[in-house]
Design a protein around this ligand. Structure first.
Ligand code: GLC
Length: 421
């Protein structure tokens, strides 16, 4: 049954609700990158079976930026349509006023066992506004078969990556695969580009755009050099189309066997290893490269489950959240979908480590991932990120130099700061 909604972009995806005449007890919005929606639906169905309640699952747009504006519309209309939302790790400060304090329903120890940094991130003015569901960090995927064939180790610096990517791309094209590319990443002007660019900048020793005290740090030569290097990839080792790639477009090219390297999140592992993948058994995962004075940096990502303050069934909604963010579900999602648990103990679980070996190998990358400046910029974060990804997109498109972009950004962020943080 298609749920009637003020927001026609939402599509009801619950098989369980098909044919039911009466409204479901709850509606959750989750998905939709890769197998996310399907995994969410399965979790919801397990809870429905256990409790006898009915839940509608509504999918969301793939892009975090589009999701945010959709949720902002829904919440600022005080809509009761959605009880539970999947919220990005950078949103708690932006949305806190519209979200329930989960401790009120789930008790003071609701966050126990989860990485404390995420609980802290999700606690705004002493209110736990979202439960950690999965964490994320940028990683480098590589074609282990091709690297071996051409006699290379996975690259440690961006310069090495650039050289290896070019060599293998050119050789493979000559050998007949015209569609081969050296590198794919997320280059569209959206939140994903903020994540990629933060990695380039931080791993050049160029800082994090705004530091922990709210000082703007982006106008520096290392940051400019990082952006110029990334711009040099476009149309050379990366397809022109990368300027419009999100996670899924990048994965499509890599999984189709047409890229040597890919920057993506861990979820792509489960799909790259799936039976219908062209690169099954040929993929390695390692930390992202660095340059100059920098050391490898992975942007901290991840998603949390929050209950809307306008929910008419908030207590029940919080119970579903506790189930979905609980150990059994996090383990299943880690094994089936390579979603990083937020429960620390699961990183010692043999079945999890067997399914996703790099959860163990890259544990330090996950716990030391670099946060976007959402905490210091508070509810201005959306505008800060927009300014950043727009400027970076301009550099990637060849319209501005790195130096110009970081200097423009410095002024733009200073204006935002005067008004907002
Ligand atoms: C991933 C991350 C999320 C980030 C998004 C950007 O989903 O988990 O934190 O904002 O990618 O595309």
């Amino acid at each position: 049954m298609l749920k009637k909604t003020l927001f026609p972009t939402l599509v009801v995806a619950s098989a369980a609700s098909l044919g039911q005449a009466q409204a479901a007890d709850l509606t959750i919005s989750c998905g939709a990158v890769g197998a996310e929606l399907q995994l969410c639906q399965q979790g919801v169905e397990a809870w429905e079976e256990k409790t006898g309640h009915s839940v509608d699952v509504v999918s969301t747009p793939n892009s975090s930026t589009e999701r945010l504006s959709l949720y902002q519309q829904i919440l600022s209309a005080n809509s009761t349509d959605i009880d539970i939302m999947q919220i990005d790790v950078v949103w708690p400060g932006l949305l806190a006023n519209h979200l329930l304090d989960l401790r009120e329903v789930l008790g003071e120890d609701a966050g126990e066992g989860h990485f404390s940094a995420i609980i802290e991130n999700n606690t705004i003015d002493d209110r736990l506004v979202a439960m950690p569901w999965f964490t994320d960090a940028g990683v480098l995927y590589y074609r282990a078969d091709l690297l071996e064939e051409y006699g290379h180790e996975p690259p440690e610096t961006w310069e090495e990556l650039t050289e290896i990517a070019r060599e293998i791309q050119d050789a493979e094209r000559e050998a007949g695969n015209e569609r081969m590319h050296g590198l794919v990443f997320q280059g569209r002007a959206y939140e994903g580009l903020t994540c990629n660019a933060l990695e380039w900048v931080a791993s050049h020793g160029g800082g994090t755009l705004v530091d922990g005290d709210g000082e703007i740090t982006i106008d520096n030569p290392q940051a400019a050099a990082a952006l110029d290097l990334a711009a040099s990839w476009v149309g050379e080792i990366a397809p022109e189309g990368v300027l419009n790639y999100t996670e899924e477009e990048a994965r499509g090219v890599f999984q189709g066997g047409n890229a040597v390297f890919m920057r993506n999140w861990p979820y792509a592992w489960a799909l790259a290893q799936s039976e219908d993948s062209d690169v099954r058994g040929k993929v390695g995962v390692t930390q992202l490269p660095h340059s100059g004075e920098g050391s490898s940096a992975a942007t901290l990502g991840g998603w949390n489950l929050a209950v809307s303050r306008y929910s008419e069934n908030a207590e029940l909604a919080a119970e579903l959240v506790a189930f979905l963010a609980g150990e059994e579900e996090q383990k299943r999602r880690a094994i089936e979908g390579a979603y990083n648990p937020t429960l620390e103990s699961l990183y010692q679980d043999d079945e999890v480590l067997e399914a996703v070996p790099f959860f163990g190998e890259l544990y330090d990358t996950f716990v030391n991932a670099v946060a976007r400046p959402s905490a210091p910029t508070g509810d201005a974060y959306g505008r800060v990120s927009n300014a950043f990804f727009s400027a970076v997109h301009d550099v990637l498109s060849g319209n501005r130099s790195g130096e110009q972009a970081v200097s423009d950004l410095d002024r733009e962020l200073a204006r935002l700061k005067r008004r907002n943080w």
